[in-house]
Design a protein around this ligand. Structure first.
Ligand code: E4P
Length: 233
């Protein structure tokens, strides 16, 4: 587990998947829209299948687009049928706090054999109830929590303690990454997974002092090679 990529950009997914450093991909309607994925359900199906094929057997999260309970349940079952590694994302509740989503999550997991990622959560208590409903993944939006003035690290730590204490199977995904430092601080706090924007992953890897060191090695390596050549001549 550990790092998922939070994008629908095929080139970024291929790039980081090839490196072996990601263990899954998450998307949401906003990410897909930004990526220019149009064409209604056909467009969504085609991009989802493409990503799922690229990363299989790693999981890809695809979010339902309706808040009508029957439609959301139906979409959940349909999305999951597109590929074995598709996990269905359902928001914790409706736009006005409607609670039907919990039953949809429970039904998808228990009656329809669909893996669910419960999303748009801001607190340990929301995630705990989603875990009780049977969610495979519970997604807390760390960046948004921090933006409200609370420290996401303490919510993550409390949640992890609860999941372990009650032996709940849900894995914590922390999303809404804003800064490079979020990734390690959230994993250290108890997240099973942090879903990261591609540019932040690059930011984790590239360090100015590493660059300088590599440049020194290459410079001296070239000098040593030239010396060896002179000795051989
Ligand atoms: C996570 O699964 C979400 O897709 C995402 O991280 C939300 O991030 P945002 O707060 O930047 O919208």
């Amino acid at each position: 587990m550990a790092i998922f990529l939070d994008t629908a950009d095929l080139e970024e997914i291929k790039r980081f998947h090839r490196m072996g450093i990601i263990r899954g991909v998450t998307t949401n309607p906003t990410i897909l829209l930004k990526e220019g994925v149009g064409g209604g359900m056909r467009g969504l199906q085609s991009r989802s299948k493409e990503i799922a094929g690229l990363i299989a057997p790693l999981p890809l999260s695809v979010e339902v687009t309706s808040n009508d309970p029957a439609r959301a349940l139906d979409q959940g079952r349909t999305f999951a049928s597109w590929a074995d590694n598709i996990v269905v994302k359902v928001t914790v509740h409706g736009p006005e706090g409607e609670l039907e989503n919990m039953q949809i999550i429970h039904d998808l997991e228990t009656a329809h054999d669909v893996r669910v990622n419960v999303t748009a959560m801001m607190s340990a208590q929301q995630c705990f109830l989603a875990a009780m409903a049977g969610a495979t993944y519970v997604s807390i939006f760390g960046g948004r929590v921090n933006n409200m003035g609370y420290n996401a690290c303490s919510e993550i730590a409390r949640l992890r303690k609860l999941l372990d204490q009650f032996n709940l199977k849900s894995q914590i995904i922390v999303g809404s990454t804003r800064e490079v430092l979020n990734v390690i601080e959230w994993l250290e706090s108890g997240a099973h997974i942090v879903t990261v924007l591609p540019n932040l992953l690059e930011g984790m890897l590239v360090h100015p002092y590493s660059k300088e060191t590599v440049q020194m090695f290459l410079r001296d390596g070239a000098k040593a090679e030239a010396l060896l050549k002179d000795t051989a001549d």
